[in-house]
Design a binder for this molecule. Sequence first.
Ligand SMILES: NC(=O)c1ccc[n+]([C@@H]2O[C@H](COP(=O)([O-])OP(=O)(O)OC[C@H]3O[C@@H](n4cnc5c(N)ncnc54)[C@H](O)[C@@H]3O)[C@@H](O)[C@H]2O)c1
Ligand SMILES: [Zn+2]
Length: 364
Amino acid sequence: MESQKLQYSRATSSEIILGSEIFKEIAARVHRSRTAKKCAIVTNDVVNRWYLQPLSAELRSRGVKADEIIIPDGEKFKTFETAFSIINRLCELEIDKDCPIISLGGGVVGDIAGFVASVYKRGIPFIQIPTSLLAMVDACVGGKNGLNLNSGKNLIGTFYQPMLTAIDVSVLKTLPLSQLSYGMAEAIKHGAIADSAYIRFILKNTEDIKSRQTGLMQRLIRRSIHIKKSIVQEDELDTGHRYQLNLGHTFGHALETAGSYIRLHHGEAVGLGMLMALRASATAGILEEDYTEILRQLFNDFNLPQKVPEELEKKEILNTITQDKKKSHEGYTFVLPVKLGKVILHKVAPEQIGAFISDALKNI
Ligand SMILES: NC(=O)c1ccc[n+]([C@@H]2O[C@H](COP(=O)([O-])OP(=O)(O)OC[C@H]3O[C@@H](n4cnc5c(N)ncnc54)[C@H](O)[C@@H]3O)[C@@H](O)[C@H]2O)c1
Ligand SMILES: [Zn+2]
């Protein structure tokens, strides 16, 4: 097991531990960290089946009582209503200010529990145990959380750093392969932004990643966390530097919206968004190294799509991008690749945006 310390400008620090079969160690840390002899675990009904009892049992063996709150599985429950029901339950359970709330689940559970921890009694200690690859490589770093409204995704949220993030790669064995691939789309994005050697590492090890080889998964997650951590530490409140993390996301979000969030998963849309960004960058004369074929190879290996579904309307894609993007007088801003491991911000004039997006969609 290994440990990393994160230091944030807002005088909060957050520790990440990474290992395999570390529930015992997590329980020991919960026990050591607080005077409270009680905590609340938030999980969903899928993750519950595998991991709630083992975690509760470890906590109990340390004398920590774990109250369990189980929410339904799925993005559609990432709502204020779910958060509110958890808050009411915390009151009924008499969870005090010094009792930690532990999230055990993917990004959805992590976002809801993080939000609740940040507002309940004006903030109680938060411990996260991400169980999906996407949550391990991406959502668990940065201290953001978000809830969806009918008007859009992640429209409510806070910045709140967990006191501990505990990543146990052994739980990946039960994660469906499709979900593993969605996490890989974000990991590939990290390499494309900042680390070409990381992309080569992934290319070389696709089979072992798919079989969730323990040591390899730890190396992968460590690398992604390192990249995301170095970017968010420069920009804790998301006012500038984090823009790099949006590679593939402006295009990807438009594809997700055009498909009503049903046709494409976020991870699939981000992959396609990266292909669009490469194409747009080539047309804008920015691209120094075209790594489209490398991405296509990776998407093929992880069974991620390489073509925008035909039924998605170009008009809808364009509309979403123009509504989504804050338009300054200089135009719309996009994150575009320069070469493997390097991106830049690029402005597109309002009168050129239609042609820019049509071109980005060509052959993709
Ligand atoms: N806060 C952030 O910075 C941030 C960043 C990226 C994404 N997110 C959010 O994260 C969410 C997506 O996260 P996700 O992809 O983890 O989705 P998710 O939480 O819905 O998990 C995906 C599926 O995998 C299941 N699952 C999770 N771990 C499992 C395991 N070990 N074994 C078996 N099944 C398991 C879940 O029950 C679910 O069905 C979105 O809501 C997104 O907005 C937040
Ligand atoms: Zn993403």
